[in-house]
Design a protein around this ligand. Structure first.
Ligand SMILES: Cc1cc2nc3c(=O)[nH]c(=O)nc-3n(C[C@H](O)[C@H](O)[C@H](O)COP(=O)(O)OP(=O)(O)OC[C@H]3O[C@@H](n4cnc5c(N)ncnc54)[C@H](O)[C@@H]3O)c2cc1C
Length: 416
């Protein structure tokens, strides 16, 4: 039966959920504060990962490394000390999620969720101009140092045990597949099932256009309050006036815990801020996205230029960006491609985005606790582009009252 569904958030996650719901005949409204794709979905590295990204970050090894990383201002992970007290409950959740048992349980749950990310994009982008922005040639994780490669052996072993398709490449194979890569790269892992996009922002915009062309409503407004009672959300206050709610999907990215609070719910979501630097107009021979494992950054040849993206900054939603973080990524990555010439750039831009992250690096996906007409779809951390379409179809199943064919226990929004 067709329902009226309101989706809060017009990032890639909200747009995909709205499209999946619309395809089922529901009457859908997206309420978005800034514009589709203008927040975290704007500037990511563009990798649509498959099962290769199943291993959650919290692990015994990371816990060992974190203290040293936190005191290294040039490191891949920094914390603004003023934010330490506020993020303490999240950090404690992170710590508790770092046991081998918890990590393995999370990996199994993520493996099942990530199995289907690319198929979900095939479905969501079928017949859309957005399909032309998706490359289907996998991606590579590369290593410069032997110690970096050796250091990831536990995670590699876990992925192999789970059955993830991957190949280990030596220097010759690396050069054959990506001649642009520096000869300093000694090892690589190739994940054939993954996709990437040549423009994450435009991908979101084109999918949002499909949604509107399909009869969906895009309301540009900020949700400032929710009315609820008897386990149902019934209405919302927005900057464009009040709106009635029959069914609700919360896909508000790094702001989702604030929306949950409007329903009286506490969700332990925080943000890992990341940065990018784009050299507009620069064209290299890179044919697929690359993650530099030792340097903790990604590189992608976009249609508009070359993008370096990455790092984690724990500083909350509101703090001003520190663009030195973007320069730092560039400092690490500028020698990675032999045919990269920054002097070709017509413009260089820097950007900061807020990854929405739960302490165990699993999304919050499923019914809002205690509510019969509200579902959560947020907390996709470093994988929000990858998971958006897949989770959109899961949400459509849940709203339609169907079994999504996936055990969602690990993703319960109230697990912390
Ligand atoms: C540097 C970097 C690199 C990344 N690389 C990758 C990658 O290669 N692959 C990958 O899969 N992921 C990657 N990610 C992660 C990915 O970008 C995010 O997980 C994803 O964009 C989150 O999407 P979202 O729709 O949940 O959030 P957003 O895109 O932030 O959208 C949320 C929207 O909700 C709206 N909103 C919030 N509150 C309200 C309100 N009260 N009323 C109305 N609207 C509201 C906001 O305006 C916003 O537009 C990367 C992230 C970063 C920072």
């Amino acid at each position: 039966m067709a329902k009226h569904v309101t989706v809060i958030g017009g990032g890639i996650v909200g747009v995909c959920a709205a499209l999946a719901l619309q395809r089922e005949g529901h009457d859908v409204v997206i309420v978005e504060r800034d514009g589709p794709g203008e927040n975290c979905s704007f500037g990511n590295a563009g990798i649509i990962c498959g099962r290769d990204s199943s291993i959650p970050l919290p692990s015994p090894g990371v816990i060992r490394d974190v203290p040293a990383m936190l005191f290294d201002r040039e490191g891949a992970l920094v914390i603004r000390w003023r934010y330490l007290l506020s993020i303490m409950p999240w950090l404690i959740g992170f710590l508790k999620s770092s046991t081998p048992e918890r990590q393995l349980a999370g990996a199994r749950a993520m493996y099942a969720l990530l199995d289907g990310t690319t198929g979900a994009y095939d479905r969501i982008a079928a017949g859309s101009p957005a399909a032309a922005l998706i490359r289907k040639n996998g991606y590579m994780t590369v290593y410069e140092s032997e110690s970096g490669f050796a250091g990831d052996s536990r995670e590699r072993g876990m992925l192999r045990d789970l059955g993830c398709p991957m190949s280990e490449l030596g220097p010759d194979e690396i050069r054959q597949m990506e001649p642009s890569l520096s000869h300093e790269i000694r090892h690589a892992l190739y994940y054939p099932e993954s996709y990437s996009t040549t423009n994450p922002y435009r991908l979101t915009r084109l999918l949002a256009d499909d949604f509107v062309a399909g009869g969906g409503t895009l309301a540009l407004a900020e949700v400032t309050g929710l009315q609820h009672g008897n386990g149902r959300v019934t209405g919302m206050e927005t900057t464009a006036g009040p709106m009635k709610v029959e069914n609700l999907v919360v896909a508000a990215g790094a702001w989702s815990h604030w929306v949950a609070a409007m329903m009286g719910l506490k969700v332990l979501l925080d943000t890992e801020r990341g940065y990018h630097m784009v050299f507009h107009g620069v064209k290299t021979g890179l044919t697929r996205a690359i993650i530099h494992a030792d340097g903790h950054y990604g590189v992608n040849q976009l249609d508009e230029g070359l993008r370096f993206a990455g790092t984690v900054e724990l500083a909350g939603v509101e703090a001003a960006p520190d663009y030195r973080r973007a320069d730092l990524i560039y400092g690490r990555g500028r020698k990675l491609l032999r045919d990269f010439d920054p002097a070709q750039a017509t413009e260089v831009t820097r950007w900061m985005g807020r990854r929405p992250t739960m302490p165990d690096y699993l999304p919050a996906l499923g019914a809002a606790p205690g509510f019969s007409n509200t579902w959560f779809d947020f907390g996709h951390q470093h994988l929000g582009l990858s998971l958006a379409a897949r989770c959109g179809f899961v949400v459509a199943d849940l709203v339609g009252g169907r079994d999504p064919g996936l055990d969602l226990t690990a993703f319960r929004p109230d697990r912390f």
